[in-house]
Unconditional design. Structure first.
Length: 590
């Protein structure tokens, strides 16, 4: 093996790892967070959890990604530790699919149909279709499919390149001597664990081992302990993700580690104990890619079958390793529970992180709406306890804006689909509006407090007008919040006519107030309060309108807000005019 063979092997390895990364990214983007939501809605059945974990991992081609996701679920309180065990076991089974796909490179036959199954035959076709989709397709799903095909083609090309580059190693005595050393169970297990821990992918390390099989110098006796070690090495990713997490998340990472450690110990005891009694002759035979895939599958399946009934013991062992602190003063504020879902581990799966961010934003708009509704009630029935509650809600909305805004900014720096990118932009715009709505709710509360403390009261006529104005305000708040929560594009177009009516009502109320001042029916002091109320009502309706427009823009072509609004309700628009007339009839001033 000369210098150029070494370069070829390094290049093949680089292509292999890049292809695996590209294919995984494409699969993740195409799923759009749906697979993670399936995991989140896990049933309590351990066997169903195993099947679910295996299925999801087989699709996304990464047991590490699945396990890290589960650590995030437990850390966020979405999933219990006991539920996570089955998913982790299933993830180990699902990752074996990759080794079976890679074993196709070892097909040796002159049969036409079998030849088609060889990567060297179908990879160019996949690459051609993939690049066409990436360059010319307009839909995001098609581009994601193109990325998957390109990643798979690159992966298989790298696999073939590595295999052909290492074939000359069969004639190098030093290489075969190293492999013989790894046939020792402990050394082989350690070597497999270190390799996998470095590249943080058991699928990739198994693929590298399959490529080395092309030399003919890798025996079953060498492959078995290396594969066992690879399953231990893949736990490094989950253990690292548990750093800085809560106790149950750390325990989840340890369950993954203990499962593979105990499984390896049991498998090695049974396998090598049986070999000591009956002497397995096949251990000296050269292994091929399919043989490695079979060993990988047998180990993970047998470990899951044997250890699943004892999953409670694994959980107990993890709890003993990371014991409870005895501190029960955890945050029990139910209103902020959505923020706990914004775990940094989910940033690597943008589709799911976007969905969690949207749920947090929905909670934020509900809090802002509740604050406003409560402030409006205070205008006619002031209670100090309710006033304090408005301040609490406003502080909570501020907390949401800080946490969610930071999370969305970090998420925007990750690779995401065009649709997710538009949603992130929309959420960043909307949470600012929600925060301002809560600020105006506090302003309304302070006006109500001033009226109460100074024992001021509006004239009956002004009270009637304010009651109509308040009804319109509560409706636009409710409509905009519901539209945002349901992502109702049809409902969003009905917000702007109501906002237009709010503007007209504010002008009329100001004009009527001036008339009452001239007539001596109102005081300057009450006028200041009324002016503040009208201004805050108007500003709240503006922010409601901004929310609807941002939602519509997220599904549009990125027009600027004022251009979008201008096109939304031209004078000739019959739908806008019909809505406006309906609102005007409903909220007529007395």
């Amino acid at each position: 093996m000369d210098f150029f063979d070494i370069l070829k092997m390094i290049g093949g390895l680089a292509l292999f790892l890049y292809g695996m990364e590209t294919m995984g990214k494409g699969l993740s983007q195409m799923s759009g967070g749906k697979l993670e939501r399936i995991l989140e809605k896990l049933t309590a059945s351990p066997w169903k959890a195993v099947l679910l974990g295996a299925g999801v991992t087989a699709v996304i081609q990464s047991s590490s990604a699945t396990t890290v996701m589960v650590v995030g679920f437990v850390n966020s309180g979405i999933m219990k530790l006991t539920q996570a065990v089955g998913i982790i076991m299933g993830a180990n089974i699902g990752t074996t699919i990759t080794s079976w796909i890679l074993s196709l490179s070892g097909i040796e036959s002159s049969n036409f149909f079998l030849q088609i199954l060889k990567p060297s035959s179908f990879s160019p076709v996949l690459a051609a279709v993939g690049i066409i989709l990436l360059m010319f397709a307009k839909g995001e799903k098609k581009k994601d499919a193109g990325m998957i095909l390109m990643g798979f083609a690159i992966l298989m090309t790298g696999m073939d390149t590595m295999s052909s580059a290492v074939k000359p190693l069969a004639d190098v005595p030093e290489f075969t001597g190293i492999l013989t050393m790894f046939s020792h169970p402990l050394l082989g297990m350690l070597g497999g664990a270190v390799l996998t821990a470095v590249i943080q992918s058991s699928s990739a390390s198994v693929g590298i081992l399959q490529a080395l099989c092309a030399t003919g110098a890798v025996s079953f006796g060498t492959a078995v302990p290396i594969i066992l070690g690879q399953n231990i090495g893949t736990c490094v990713t989950a253990v690292l993700s548990g750093i800085g997490a809560n106790r149950n998340a750390k325990r989840t990472a340890l369950v993954h580690l203990y499962f593979n450690l105990v499984g390896t110990l049991v498998f090695m005891t049974v396998f090598y104990g049986s070999n000591w009694l009956w002497q397995f002759d096949f251990l000296e035979n050269p292994v091929n890619a399919a043989g490695i895939a079979a060993v990988h599958t047998v180990f993970n399946l047998s470990a899951a079958i044997v250890l699943l009934p004892f999953s409670g013991l694994l959980v107990r062992l993890a709890c003993l390793t990371v014991p409870d602190s005895g501190n029960k003063s955890a945050d029990r504020d139910e209103d902020a529970k959505e923020l706990k879902l914004l775990d940094v581990r989910f940033l690597d799966t943008p589709g799911y992180a976007v969905e969690l961010s949207r749920l947090a934003a929905v909670k934020m708009v509900r809090l802002a709406r509740a604050a406003c509704a409560q402030s409006v009630e205070l205008l006619t029935d002031y209670q100090e306890e309710k006033a304090m509650d408005v301040e609490r809600l406003e502080e909570l909305v501020d907390h949401y804006e800080d946490a969610l805004g930071s999370y969305l900014v970090e998420l925007s720096r990750r690779d995401q689909s065009e649709r997710d990118s538009r949603t992130i932009s929309m959420l960043l715009h909307c949470i600012g509006d929600f925060e301002r709505i809560s600020d105006h709710a506090v302003n309304l509360m302070e006006s109500a407090k001033e009226l109460h403390q100074k024992r001021l009261g509006f004239s009956p006529k002004a009270e009637q007008e304010l009651r109509v104005f308040s009804g319109a305000l509560l409706e636009i708040l409710e409509r905009s919040a519901d539209v945002f929560e349901r992502e109702d594009l049809e409902g969003a177009v009905h917000i702007e006519p109501l906002e237009e009516l709010m503007d007209e009502l504010s002008r009329k109320l100001r004009k009527r107030h001036v008339e009452r001042l001239r007539m001596g029916e109102c005081t300057i002091e009450l006028g200041f309060v009324l002016s503040d109320l009208i201004t805050n009502y108007e500003r709240i309706s503006d922010h409601c309108s901004n929310t609807a427009i941002a939602l519509l823009q997220s599904q549009g072509d990125g027009q600027e807000a004022h251009e979008y609004t201008a096109g939304l309700h031209p004078e000739e628009d019959p739908e806008f005019q019909r809505d406006y007339r309906a609102y005007k009839e409903k909220y007529q001033l007395p």
